[in-house]
Design a protein around this ligand. Sequence first.
Ligand SMILES: N[C@@H](CCC(=O)N[C@@H](CS)C(=O)NCC(=O)O)C(=O)O
Length: 221
Amino acid sequence: MQKLELISFKLCPFVQRAVIVLRHKNIDFDVTYIDLQNKPEWFLKLSPTGRTPVLKVGDEVLFESAVIVEYLDEVTPPSLHPADPLIKAQNRAWMEFMGEIQRRIHGLYTASEESVFEQHRVAILGDLARLEAVYRGGTFFNGEEFNLIDAVMAPLCLRLELLREFTGMGLLENCPRLQQWSAVLLEMEAVRLSVVPEFPGLFRGMIERMGGVMAARLTAG
Ligand SMILES: N[C@@H](CCC(=O)N[C@@H](CS)C(=O)NCC(=O)O)C(=O)O
């Protein structure tokens, strides 16, 4: 396989998707961290969107985390997708949906007004309830095997868990099946090793720096 280099930002949930797949499939890769507040010139030349993740495959460039994880999965069979085309397509649709939830969670950190914060919170609760309703109830989303959709869910679970720890806000409170799924995912080695060890502190620091409604809810510690 060609040499892989992942361009990462330590707090990025979309990068984390790719790292989980890389780790789960034992794929060799190099990682280069950048600061998104201060994007290097070389990164802006490489990335059409100016966003992480970017995966360099030899001299070629891939961007968009969904495309990156699908590529990684395809070049390292067996696939982490379910074989049935309809279930696979449905999984992809829910993976997109998870990206939407992630964007709303970002909206929670950045909201500086209670009303905006509340709008995001209610929307997230609605989205999570929809996901709870379609969850088939095995160890993982499709049953007993870890699939790509589980890799995409894990970064969300990590953030929801840290928000619960740091602010007491339990967004999964009414979703027992998602809670169980989240606990399984967060225990997996590929997930634990998909962020830097100092991630919880960095995450808390990011919320503090935003200085919004979420920052005001951080409990001491
Ligand atoms: N749809 C993109 C989203 C990536 C994304 O939003 N990355 C964020 C960091 S988590 C970013 O690079 N933000 C910097 C910017 O938008 O300027 C993907 O799935 O890769």
